[in-house]
Every structure is written in structure tokens, then in C-alpha cells.
Design a protein around this ligand. Sequence first.
Ligand SMILES: [Zn+2]
Ligand SMILES: [Zn+2]
Length: 536
Amino acid sequence: MTNNEIMWKLTELRDLLILSGKKSSESESEEERIAAEEVEKTGNSSLIDQLRTKIPPGLIEMIEIPELDAITINKINRELGVTTLNGLRKVAKKRQLRRLEGISSKRELSILRSIKLLLEPPERFPSAIAKPMGDKIVADIMLIPGVINATLSGELRRGMEMVDFISIVIKGDNSEEILGVMSKHPLFKKNIFKSSLKLVVETNIKLKVEMEVAESSEYWHRVHHTTGSADYIEEFERIDKSRNITLGVDTINCEQDLYKKLDMQYVEPELRESKSVIELAIKGEIPELINMDDYKGDLHSHTMWSDGTGTVEEIARAAIKQQYSYLAITEHTKSLKIARGITEQELEQQMDEIDKLNSKFAEEGIPFRLLKGVEVDILKSGILDFENEVLEKMDLVIASVHTDFDQSKQKMTERIIKALENPYVNIFAHPTGRILGRRSGYEVDLDQVFAAAKETGTVLEINSAPDRLDLNYLDAKRARDMGIKIAINTDSHDPERLSNISFGIQEAKKGWLKAEDVINCMGLEELQEFFKAQKN
Ligand SMILES: [Zn+2]
Ligand SMILES: [Zn+2]
């Protein structure tokens, strides 16, 4: 019995006790203590089996919703009488969940999306869903005794925005034991295939997970092979074979060594979509692409002043922790009621708060600056939600479309171009409006928008929210090739989301962007100069 298995069972025991109403506080009853001892000895407990038959199955299913814990589910059951996923969906749609203490409207919407995933699993999964799940599984694998290393490979490692399955390679000695433990993981609902080296399972949302165990000497070969793409690997292995270089077993200690052996440049996973990149790698012609070290600060974020969850100081401290030089606060504006858009007066007050915080950071000797920004709504006609007298006071202005998505392609294109022509607009955010797995975005002629961005010197955004990735890498590359500058921003609505920047950097890499193409790689002074000069 490994610690993982015991931990999973104890969590199950605790959840079931709460759902049955037998446990409400952290303290342990005699019954729970005896059952826990039984779990530690035998890996199971009769109490768990008993509780499972008594509790409505719908309540147990609700545990799969990441936004809910057993205590909240029990409360929902008590106060709203809900016992099934469908019932939960109904009350959430009627906006009754948000009336319960501790459930915000945002959480309610998020719960609705999770129920949809459980009841109607999609064919392919946005990396926004698959990546955190993959990371969690890898972290759990790393806790199993005998595991030396584990890595996500496949489409997730290549930074694909939608994936078919999660692929993981494990370095360890006792493969049967490792896979045996993982086959009991609470996230997995169905075992599809199992051999001594490989386990394929399906999660609660029918997302397939392939895990394979490799011996130490084979580990990096297998990580490389399973990362793909198929075309790329075929070509790589053809060259590997034709060169016929044999090395000692211990010479491959990382993936880079596989490339050194062939005397070619390392190709980052993000670039492995087609085999054509291999020729460049052999000639040593892959340019140095943007990476996280180049990135100096985020230019798009929200706080409680509009629809974010943190305070200005909280998100600033999170940015300082990321070692950024700057962070722009960019709230929604007044006409976007659903996001509690800010008024001109509130913006003034926020600017005072930012001044005070900047003084405070200076006093503390922190080399960091909050920038005063705003994400101004582009209204239906292309007019901006704030007058130019307001916009001209800002360090930067982001413009974006959040309403009237059903306009004709021509109307939408005109609307956007009109906004880009405003001399105070620095960045056009999430240019296509798509949400991965949910909506495809508005109809718009991107060629015309790009031409207008080029003409007016407007920066285009790669929005790094993993369910947006907008622009995508292909469009970002096209824009860059036209000479348009790119901003990579997280659009964080919560201080923790600043870490989503990794998705945006990956997307930029896939689009072959270099640090010099991305304004977030400028130091503070250079950036401020850039904004000043941008629209003149
Ligand atoms: Zn927005
Ligand atoms: Zn935003």
C-alpha cells in the first residue's frame, strides 16, 4: 500500500462522511478513526462501502466538480434539496447557487461549465482543462516510490491549444507497481488498456490518459518520441538511423543530448509540428525565440474595481513575486455592466490608489511599477466607451470587443478599425474573441484588421488565458511578419492567474516570435517611450 493510495482512500472516506452528514468539522469521530486505521492496514474500509450505498450517487458525482468540495455539496443539498448533477445544473442556471454564502457568480458559471463537461464530454479538450489535469497527475506519479522522473509529452508538451489525450512518460524501475498504483487514481474512471509498461485510462470527463514507464537509458528517447508530432518524429528518426552513431548508454541525460549526438540544433517541442524545421536545425538556422526570461511584465489585468477578485495591491505583489518590472491594471469600462465596468470617476480614484502603491513600492526599494491602464470597450458603432480626454491620461489603453458579437463581418471589421484609428489606443486585445471549446469568435476580416494595425501602429495581443489563446500562433506569426508588434498578456482576473503567462509564451514560440517582436520584453523606460511614440 503506497501513501498515494492511502491518501486517496482517506480523502474518499472524509468526503463520504461529510456528504452523509456524519461529519461537519475537522475533528475526527471514533467511527472515522477506526475506519482510517482499517484503510491504513488494508487499503479499504467497510464504512466506505456502506456509505457509498447510502448516499445519493448524484452527490458523490458532484465531488468531480473542481469548484466544489464535500462541505459545499452538503450545503447545496441541505439548502436547495439538490441530489443530482442535472438538478445542480438547473439551480445554477436559475442563479440560485450564487445566493449561498461563499459562491460568487463567477464560481456559479464555472460550476455550470464543469457540469457540462461531465454530462457532455467533448471530442477534444482545451489545454486549459487538460494541462492542469496533466500537471496534477504527474505530481501524483512523482510521489510513488520507485519513480525517478515523469514528464508530460504529446500535444500538451508541444503547446497545442486543443488536445486529444494526455501523454506521460515515467522513469522508474518497477513499472508494474507504478502503473498498478496509478490505475487506482480517483480521477480515472475506466481502464482502457494495461500492459507491464503501459496504462491507458479515461478520466471522469472521458479524457484519455496514456502513461508509459521507461527504463533510465530509454527515458529521454521515449519522451522525445511521444512528444511528436508524428511527421516530425518520422523524419528525426530517419536521420538518426542514417547517421548510425552509437553512443554509450549513459550519454543521453536530457533531450538536448539526442540532438547533440546528431550534431544539430535543439528543436523546442513547440516547433515540432512539421518536419521542415529539422532541415533548419541541421543547418543551425533556428533563431533564438522568446522565452520566459525575456518577459518583463504583464500589460492586461483586472482587480475588484471591475470583475477581478483581487485588490490592486494583491495582484501587484503577485507580479513582484514573478519578478516583473511592471504590471498594467486595465479594468473594463462602464458600458460592460456584466463585468462591473468602471466609471470615469472610479478610474480617477484607482489612479490615486496606483500612485500611492507606486510610492510604497519605491519606499520598500522594490524595482517595480504599476502602470495605469484601462480596457476600454469598443461599442457597437466603433466608438470607445470613454472620451479621449479620459484616455489621454492613461499610461496605456487597451481596446476590445465584448458585446454584439452577431454583427456582420463587414460591420465588425469597420467597428474594430475605427477603434484602432483612435490615437490613444495602444493595444487591441483578444482580436478574434474566440473561447476555445465554447465559441468560435465573431466574424471579422483579420487581413483588414492587421493592415489597420500596421497603418496605425497598434499592438496586437496574444491573450494567454488558456481558453482564449487569441491571437493564435499562426495569426501572431502572420502579424509579426507584417511588422506589427505583439503584446503577450494574461488578462488575469485573479492574482494567481498571472502564471498563465506560460501558455502565451508557448503560443508565441509556436509562432516563431522573438523577444524583439514582443513589447512585454522591453524594460520599463523603453516601453514608456514606445507608448509615447506609438501613435504619432
Ligand atoms: Zn477583454
Ligand atoms: Zn481583460
